[in-house]
Design a protein around this ligand. Structure first.
Ligand code: ADP
Length: 397
């Protein structure tokens, strides 16, 4: 079975074509700047790369272009579109409607539209991508895989906020959590790598990238996570503020006469390690600036490491202990110094970093000492393969 994995953003479309016989990635690529005259497609296959710059007015044209290049006689990897057996779509928000991935039907589309109210920036482009694929590949099964669904196992005491109960019942105000596909992939993978059944593990997965979240996975199910109603919650991130006293929002809006849109922008795009450092949202830039004596870059890093460590403690408490802490995504997989700083002082949990072993990037690796009772691992995430696996399973039914 050949599965096309699609991840549509407001102006971008990422794709991967996966042969599910051996989970080999046949080709992958990215369409950027959709709607702009200088839109660009970058296509990679067999160690080769091709770039096309041309106007791409909408997502339907983008999907068409992707299918053209996948079937192109020079840089294609399949003879015709008919070779694609199913399409798997990343969908950010499934609300309480979806606790697992699902075959897309007319009913499901209605539910996705309902969920858009909770993710106004993310779900609409996901829906546009689904509609574009349906129009161009009618009859090919389409599957939705949600960032939120892995977290649907959280108990009410973990997902409710201390607000009037009606806000939950009427407006769906609760913790949902995100990065679920990544957390699920890493939880599966670490159980395999350690050779221990998931049901016997208490895992804290640290997904640390531009956006960051932690998940506590006990006995194979998520019991708590750091992101909330939106992906703004938890530790400070590249440009997001993370957890703050909610009264600050009112205070700042009042004092600076900001609209909700402006406040949203401030918290989502101008805060986090960028807002603190004034340098960059990129952890490599921050490391460099800090090494060159930039105090605010150092402060931003210190805050990030401290907040991750503090949240690890909270999730360990939630599970009554932790057997393994995993690091994944851009910073988690590559940030050697970031991992070292985060793990400083985790000895009380039985987790001791081995400095030599920690000198590793982008591959499955044990990074704790042999006598650590709580293991530390780097596990590169792979959300696309998770989407492809779910799509295969659901489409074959
Ligand atoms: P996204 O949330 O956009 O998927 P990624 O998971 O790709 O983000 O993570 C991007 C982050 O990873 C950037 O801040 C980048 O600086 C960081 N990163 C990548 N390589 C390294 C590295 N070698 N050391 C530290 N951070 C790194």
């Amino acid at each position: 079975m050949i599965v096309l994995v699609v991840n549509c953003g407001s102006s971008s479309l990422k794709y991967q074509l996966v042969n599910m016989e051996n989970e080999e990635v046949m080709a992958k690529g990215l369409v950027e700047k959709i709607t702009l005259p200088d839109a660009q497609l970058t296509h990679k296959w067999n160690g080769q790369k091709k770039e096309i710059v041309q106007p791409i007015p909408d997502h339907k044209v983008a999907v068409k272009l992707v299918l053209d290049i996948l079937t192109d006689k020079d840089c294609g990897v399949i003879k015709s579109m008919d070779a694609i057996d199913a399409v798997g779509h990343r969908v950010v928000h499934g609300g309480e409607e979806f606790a697992s991935s699902t075959l897309i039907t007319a009913e499901v589309m209605k539910a996705l539209e309902r969920c858009s109210a909770m993710a106004p920036l993310h779900n609409p482009p996901n829906i546009i991508g689904i509609k574009a694929c349906e129009a161009i590949m009618p009859g090919v099964p389409q599957v939705a895989v949600f960032d939120t669904s892995f977290h649907q196992t959280m108990p009410p005491k973990a997902y409710m906020y201390g607000l009037p109960y009606e806000l939950y019942k009427e407006d769906g105000i609760r913790r949902y959590g995100f990065h679920g596909t990544s957390h699920r992939y890493v939880a599966d993978r670490i159980a395999k790598v350690m050779g221990v059944p998931k049901k016997d593990l208490r895992i804290i997965n640290c997904h640390l990238g531009n956006g960051s979240s932690l998940a506590a996975v006990k006995g194979g199910v998520c019991i708590d996570t750091t992101m909330g109603f939106t992906p703004l919650a938890g530790m400070l991130m590249g440009t997001r503020c993370g957890d703050i006293d909610p009264a600050i929002v009112l205070n700042v809006m009042d004092h600076h006469n900001l609209s909700t849109k402006e406040m949203d922008m401030l918290m989502n795009k101008k805060s986090g390690v960028l807002g603190i450092s004034g340098v960059s949202s990129d952890f490599r830039d921050l490391g460099e600036a800090a090494a060159n004596g930039n105090d605010r870059a150092q402060l931003a890093l210190d805050m990030f490491h401290y907040q991750v460590r503090k949240l690890i403690g909270a999730l360990a408490a939630a599970m009554g202990g932790v057997d393994v802490i995993t690091f994944t995504a851009g910073v988690g997989e590559n940030g050697i110094e970031d991992r070292a700083a985060i793990c400083e002082g985790l000895e009380y949990l039985g987790a001791v970093l081995d400095k030599e072993r920690n000198n590793v990037r982008g591959k499955d690796a044990l990074i704790s000492t042999d006598d650590s009772t709580c293991k530390l691992y780097v596990i590169p995430t792979n959300e696309e393969i998770m989407i492809a696996r779910d799509t295969k399973e659901i489409a074959s039914k």
